[in-house]
Design a protein around this ligand. Sequence first.
Ligand code: NAP
Length: 283
Amino acid sequence: MTALILDGKALARDMEQTLSPRVGAIKVHAHGKTPVLATILVGDDPASATYVQMKGNACKRVGMDSIRVQMPANTTTIQILAKIRELNEDSNVHGILLQHPVPRGIDERACFDAIDARKDVDGVTCLGFGRMGMGESAYGSCTPAGIMSLLKFHEIPIAGKHAVVVGRSAILGKPMALMLLNHNATVTICHSKTENLESFVKQADILIGAVGRPELIKSAWIKPGAVVIDAGYHPGGIGDIEKAGLPEIASAYTPVPGGVGPMTIATLIRQTVESAEAHLNTK
Ligand code: NAP
């Protein structure tokens, strides 16, 4: 049996195509106003700068505007909080994204939580996380929400399956686990203190690699027929899960690159459009 490739690049492109007319409709109904995403980049980390650039480009592709706020690495938490407050109050801004990670010494959690929940299109606030966890309406953290869209599009059964999430970060592993739980998976979360990681990976019907360590998860550990999602991205197109052997073992898997990454960006853009529709009352 050939494994199904969960092509995030193709699905993200389709999502963008459905978003462009929604942006057009907002412009018509809101007298020329357009959805606006504000991105805040603190410091000069090249990878973060590339991600922010990619998000700005995606805004352009669907006809939205973006505002780019660049702050030096020595910016203080107080200065970032002031900028976020300003963007919260700006009625022309519909979504705010603080690029993660921020430089050491900045209280990232305080900055995330200062974002008005109605503009938290990246799904990073405690309030949004709590609401999502409770099954209430909230913008989901973009990477796990993008993964859920990919699973849904490909009609991957989740209810009753054993999902193993390797990683428990606030933006990825934890919200991923809750989203899968909300879809009735039986969920195991593994992390750096987990003993015998292999034994848990071996049980996964759905495996999510979100560790940030190149090919830490070995293909030999994977249960035959498992659905394998690799959120990791490292130089050279390496993920968190070993590539060799994967197509022969998995029933479906995300390519790296072209799997999870494009879905993260498409989800951010979709959530910004939804926020603009809500703000401008055009829906
Ligand atoms: P992170 O904040 O560094 O978290 C990594 C998690 O992995 C932590 O929970 C850590 O456990 C766990 N971990 C580390 N070493 C481990 C080990 N040996 N065994 C088991 N668990 C281990 O990273 P993140 O932000 O969640 O990102 C994870 C990966 O996803 C990275 O490769 C990142 O590049 C990628 N990512 C991709 C996108 C996208 O759009 N494609 C977006 C975000 C992230 P502890 O909690 O115990 O430290």
